[in-house]
Design a protein around this ligand. Sequence first.
Ligand SMILES: Nc1ncnc2c1ncn2[C@@H]1O[C@H](COP(=O)(O)OP(=O)(O)OP(=O)(O)O)[C@@H](O)[C@H]1O
Ligand SMILES: [Mg+2]
Length: 330
Amino acid sequence: METLVEARGLVKNFKRKDGTEVQAVKGVNLDIQKGEIFSLLGPNGAGKTTTISMISGLLTPTSGDARIGGFSITKQPMEAKRLMGVVPQEIALYPTLSARQNLNFFGRMYGMGGAELNKRIDEVLDLIDLKDRQKDKVDTFSGGMKRRVNIGVGLLHRPQLIYMDEPTVGIDPQNRRRILDTVLRLRDEYKMTVLYTTHLMEESQELSDRVGIIDHGEIIAMGTVGELIQQVGEEDQLVLKIGEQTIDTSLIERIPKEIQGVTRAAFEPPGETGDQTSGEVIVYAKRGRKALPHLIQIANEAALEIMSVEVREPDLEAVFLHMTGRALRD
Ligand SMILES: Nc1ncnc2c1ncn2[C@@H]1O[C@H](COP(=O)(O)OP(=O)(O)OP(=O)(O)O)[C@@H](O)[C@H]1O
Ligand SMILES: [Mg+2]
C-alpha cells in the first residue's frame, strides 16, 4: 500500500481573546493510504477541523508537518494542494449564481477553462446527482443540495484526494444518503482517497476502511473498525427484558456453562439503573446471534416471561466509551 497523506507531530495552539493559549491539536500523527476512505471521528471541539485545516494548508501548524504525495504542505504547498480537493464545513457558494455557474466560477479559479472545464462540470454534476437542477440558482436549493454543489467544487480539478469536513451535518436523511453514496463512489469508481470527518459513529462505521478516533486534540485509537472493536473486546450483548420478575441466581450461573460461546451472564433487577422498569438478563457472547436460540430455550424452560430480546453488537461508540469513559454523543 502506498501512503498518500503522512502527518507527523501536528500541533496547533490558538490564542484566545483573553490572551490564554489553547492547544487544539496536540501532536497528531496520521497515515492515509491511497484509495482508502479514512474517517476522523470525534466529538465537537475534538480538533477535526483544525487538523484538516493544517493538512490542507489553510492553517500553519505551530509545529509538525504533513506530506501529501511526498510534498510538504508547509514547504511545497502548491504541489501538495494540487493533489487535494477540500470540502469545508461551512458552505461557500454564490447564492445568486446557478449550480453550473458556481462550478464554472470555481473551475476558473483553479485555472481551468474552455471545453475541458465544461466536460468536467458535466462529469461532476453527474457525480453529485444535480444534472437536472444545474441551471437553478443555488439560493433555491436545500441545504443538502448546496452541500452537494460544495462537494462538486472540491472535485473539479480532478484531485486524487478529497477532504470532507462533516459534510452531512444539518442535512436531511435523503441528501445525507446521497452524500454517503457519493463518497463510496469516489473510492470505488474513481479510485480516490477520502478523508472524512464526522462526529457520527454510524457514518464512520459504514464508510471507513480505517478510522482515527480523535478527542481533545489527540488521536486515541486508529485502525479498521474491526481492529478497534477487537481492542475493546468483541463480545455481543444479548439483553432479555423479563418484566418485573426476579429470578434465581442459579439460572444465571447455568447460562455460561450450558451455552457455547457465552462468557458471562448477569441479572439486573427492575429499578437497578435509572428508570428501568423491567428486569434484564444480560448475556455476553462472542457470536451473540448464535447463542440466542439456546438462551431463549433456557428462558422458556425456566418459565421466564420474555418481553423483548435485543442483540447489541459492539460498535465504535463502545470503543469511544472504553477509551475515554464518556459517550460520543454527549
Ligand atoms: N481560531 C480559533 N481560535 C481559538 N480557538 C479555536 C480556534 N479554532 C478552533 N479553536 C478551538 O480548538 C478546539 C478544536 O476545534 P475544531 O474546530 O478543530 O474542532 P472540531 O473537532 O472540528 O469540532 P466540530 O465538530 O464542532 O466542528 C476547540 O476547542 C475550539 O474551540
Ligand atoms: Mg469542525
